[in-house]
Design a protein around this ligand. Structure first.
Ligand code: DGL
Length: 274
């Protein structure tokens, strides 16, 4: 069987925070990153649109030879993953696999919370889909989940404003709104792959004692476990440490911003998704 790079998809730059941690844990594999920057943000779009865009990206990554695609985007994981896995995969790539980022995040929360009152910050789409509520309650029926949509966070991060006073304003606004839902929340999930760029501000805005759960390391650990459990997929992953970056918008812009997310220089190529 043909070998290929592990595909990582996000609506924009956010998935780079996941890729960075995956590479830290498993530098030996080849990775192809695809950011749909031309159509970001996904968080305010309908189910149908997020599904259609995500399917186009997954199809492209399989066409590039990926045996395994990670949706490093909570919005796509919430709105498109299940349909793609159940309806599209058999026709697209019967031996291929598509994984999301919500399940590995939820699995880790059980060892963090004590009050079982959990806050989730995410895009409007992720929060409205109630995917976190459902996944958390499946694993921990005793949990209470409070969702906080943060529609300004992705535009702030995509436009490089995550260190600005404007970012402080919106971090405080969303954190206060989340905490007003319950005084017993002791764990906050950053349910969007863009939010790690705001993690210091979010931690500062939260009272001491509330744990913040970011996804990168959790997804990396879960991918490592998955590859161990699935030698038939692992055996099809190239291992020459190569990284390739594609964007649907300007490669120059992607290289400049991507460098900040990845902590190292990158080169990107433009592709069109349809
Ligand atoms: N990084 C995506 C996520 O995790 C951002 C979604 C968007 O484009 O709004 O949800």
């Amino acid at each position: 069987m043909q070998k290929g790079a592990i595909g990582i998809f996000d609506s924009g730059y956010g998935g780079l925070t996941i890729l960075r941690d995956i590479i830290k844990a498993m530098p030996e594999y080849d990775y192809i990153y695809l950011g749909d920057n031309a159509r970001t943000p996904y968080g305010t779009r309908s189910f149908d649109t997020v599904y259609r865009f995500t399917l186009q990206a997954v199809r492209r990554l399989f066409a590039m030879g990926s045996p395994l695609v990670i949706l490093a985007c909570n919005t796509a994981s919430a709105k498109a993953l299940r349909t793609i896995q159940q309806n599209d995969l058999p026709g697209l790539s019967p031996a291929g696999r598509v994984l999301g980022v919500i399940r590995p995040t939820v699995e880790a929360v059980g060892s963090v919370t004590r009050s079982w009152e959990i806050g989730v910050m995410g895009t409007v789409g992720t929060i409205q889909s109630q995917s976190y509520d459902m996944e958390i309650k499946k694993l921990y029926p005793q949990a209470k989940v409070y969702g906080q949509p943060c529609p300004m966070f992705v535009p702030i991060v995509e436009n490089g404003e995550y260190d600005s006073p404007g970012a402080d304003y919106f971090v405080n606004k969303y954190v206060n709104s989340l905490l007003s839902q319950s005084a017993a929340i002791d764990t906050v999930i950053l349910g969007c792959t863009h939010y790690p760029l705001l993690i210091n501000k979010i931690k500062q805005a939260l009272p001491a004692g509330i744990a913040v759960v970011a996804q990168g390391e959790l997804v990396a650990a879960s991918l490592g476990e998955y590859l161990k459990r699935h030698p038939e997929i692992e055996g099809r992953c190239l291992r020459s440490g190569k990284r390739t970056f594609y964007t649907t918008d300007s490669p120059e812009k992607f290289e400049a911003s991507g460098r900040i997310f990845m902590g190292e220089a990158i080169t990107a190529e433009k592709i069109v998704l349809e």
